[in-house]
Design a protein around this ligand. Structure first.
Ligand code: AMP
Length: 112
């Protein structure tokens, strides 16, 4: 597998400001926030994209949404947006599945 920035964050060789971690998921602050709160929630398993996700990934992909809820509760967010860019033509830049959790202020969805 060619190198993956998010796998390197999971492995600890690239630093990130972590928000949540369990055996399947890591969440950390986006380096270039498009809202007051902008957190990326990623599976530890390297799944390239929603385009390549398999049936066996169903549980971890669902878990991303429940982790978003947990983080939102911990941060007292009353509402938020979840966004997943899927594929190059869907705006995906990093090819390791991730959910953007966005909340507060003016959310710049166009740049996400
Ligand atoms: P996407 O366009 O959906 O692939 O989103 C990739 C996101 O990763 C962008 O919002 C970037 O700002 C963010 N990003 C890139 N490098 C890092 C990094 N080292 N740490 C945290 N977020 C990053």
């Amino acid at each position: 597998m060619s190198s993956c920035l998010f796998c390197e964050i999971i492995g600890g060789s690239i630093p990130a400001k972590k928000v949540f971690e369990d055996d399947q998921i890591l969440a950390f602050y986006d380096i270039n926030p498009k809202a007051k709160t902008h957190i990326l929630i990623i599976p530890k398993k390297h799944i390239e994209s929603g385009l390549t996700a398999q049936e066996e990934d169903e549980s971890v992909l669902g878990h991303l949404i429940l982790v978003a809820k947990k983080i939102a509760q911990e941060q007292n967010l009353e509402g938020y947006k979840l966004l997943m860019n899927v594929g190059k033509k869907g705006g995906q830049v990093i090819f390791h599945v991730h959910l953007h959790l966005l909340a507060g202020g003016k959310i710049d969805l166009e740049s996400c």
